[in-house]
Design a protein around this ligand. Structure first.
Ligand code: C2E
Ligand code: MG
Ligand code: MG
Ligand code: MG
Length: 274
C-alpha cells in the first residue's frame, strides 16, 4: 500500500503539469485564431502628458484580449507565452497594423498624437523590420514620427548586434525608440550609450515611492538629472498622484503617464477624455 500512497501525489502532479500544458497550448491556439480573425483583440491607449504644458503629447498602445471563455485578459497572461512561439511576431504585426489604422482615423478627425507600441527584441531584430514599418506608414499616408517603439531587455539588446542595428535603422527612419521600464532588472548605465535610444521610460517602481520615501526621491532626481544631461527625453510611468507629478516636474522630467491622468482607454473613451 505504501507504493500506492507514493504514486498518488506523483500521478496528480503529472496530471497538473499536463493540465497546465494543455491550458497554455489551448490559449496559444486561441490566440492564433484571434490574430487571424482579429476577433477579441483590441488596443487601449494611455496618454503621455507633457509636464510643462500639462497637455497630452503622445499615446502608448497596450494590447487587450476579450477571450470568449476566459473573459478580459491582460497582456501579462498571454504575451510571455506568445514570446516563446512564432505567434509573437504575428501579434506585433497585428498591433502595428491596428495602431496605423487608428492613426489614419485620428488624422481624419481633429486630433493626432504620436503612438508608441511595445515591441520585443526578437521582433525589431528581424531583417527588414524598419523597412516594413516605414512602408506601412507611407502606404497609410503618415509620417514616421507618428509611430514609435518601446523596447525592453537592455541585456538582450547590448548582446545582439542585430538588435542594435534594428534600432539604428528605426531611428534613422525617424521612428522614436524608447527604452521601457528603466530601473528594473538589468539597468547597467554604462551600456546605455551603446544602445541607440531617444526616450527613456522610468519604471513605475522608481516613480511610485517618490511622494512617500526620501531615498526614492533622491534616486529619481539623480537619475532624471543624469538622463537629461545625456539628452534623452524622459518619461515617468505609473504617476498616481499630484505630489509625484510636481516632484517629477521639478526634477526636469519631460512627460508622465499614469492613473493620475488616465488609465489606458479604448479609442472611443480616449476621444471623449481628450
Ligand atoms: P509597459 O509597456 O511598461 O506598460 C505599462 C503598464 O502599466 C500597463 O499595463 C499599464 O496599464 C500599467 N499602468 C499604467 N499606468 C499605471 C499606474 O499609474 N499605476 C499602475 N499600477 N499601473 C499603470 P498592461 O497594459 O497590463 O501591460 C503590461 C505590459 O505588457 C506592458 O508594460 C508591456 O511590456 C506589455 N505589453 C502590453 N501591450 C503589448 C503589446 O502590444 N505587445 C507586447 N510585446 N507587449 C505588450
Ligand atoms: Mg511600454
Ligand atoms: Mg513600461
Ligand atoms: Mg512595465
Amino acid at each position: 500500500h505504501e507504493a500506492i500512497d507514493l504514486n498518488v501525489p506523483a500521478l496528480s502532479f503529472r496530471d497538473e503539469l499536463n493540465t497546465q500544458h494543455k491550458d497554455e497550448l489551448g490559449l496559444m491556439s486561441d490566440l492564433a485564431a484571434a490574430i487571424r480573425s482579429g476577433e477579441g483583440l483590441y488596443l487601449v491607449y494611455q496618454p503621455k502628458i507633457c509636464l510643462q504644458s500639462g497637455k497630452p503629447v503622445g499615446l502608448e498602445a497596450l494590447i487587450r484580449w476579450k477571450h470568449a471563455v476566459r473573459g478580459e485578459l491582460l497582456p501579462g497572461s498571454f504575451i510571455p507565452l506568445a514570446e516563446q512561439t512564432s505567434l509573437l511576431s504575428s501579434l506585433t504585426d497585428w498591433v502595428i497594423g491596428e495602431s496605423v489604422a487608428q492613426l489614419v482615423k485620428w488624422k481624419q478627425s481633429r486630433f493626432l498624437l504620436p503612438v508608441t507600441v511595445n515591441v520585443s527584441e526578437q521582433d525589431f531584430s528581424r531583417d527588414g523590420f524598419a523597412d516594413a514599418l516605414a512602408k506601412r506608414l507611407t502606404d497609410a499616408g503618415l509620417e514616421n514620427r507618428l509611430l514609435g517603439i518601446e523596447c525592453l531587455e537592455t541585456e538582450k539588446i547590448i548582446g545582439s548586434p542585430q538588435a542594435i542595428k534594428g534600432l539604428q535603422l528605426l531611428k534613422a527612419k525617424g521612428f522614436s525608440v524608447a527604452l521601457d521600464d528603466f530601473g528594473t532588472g538589468y539597468s547597467n548605465i554604462n551600456y546605455l550609450s551603446k544602445v541607440p535610444l531617444d526616450v527613456i521610460k522610468l519604471d513605475r517602481s522608481l516613480v511610485s515611492q517618490i511622494a512617500t520615501d526620501t531615498a526614492a526621491r533622491i534616486i529619481a532626481k539623480s537619475i532624471i538629472t543624469m538622463l537629461k544631461e545625456l539628452n534623452y527625453v524622459v518619461i515617468a510611468e505609473g504617476v498616481e498622484d499630484a505630489q509625484t507629478q510636481l516632484a517629477l516636474k521639478n526634477y526636469g522630467c519631460d512627460q508622465a503617464q499614469g492613473f493620475f491622468y488616465s488609465r489606458p482607454l479604448t479609442s472611443a473613451a480616449l476621444e471623449a477624455w481628450l
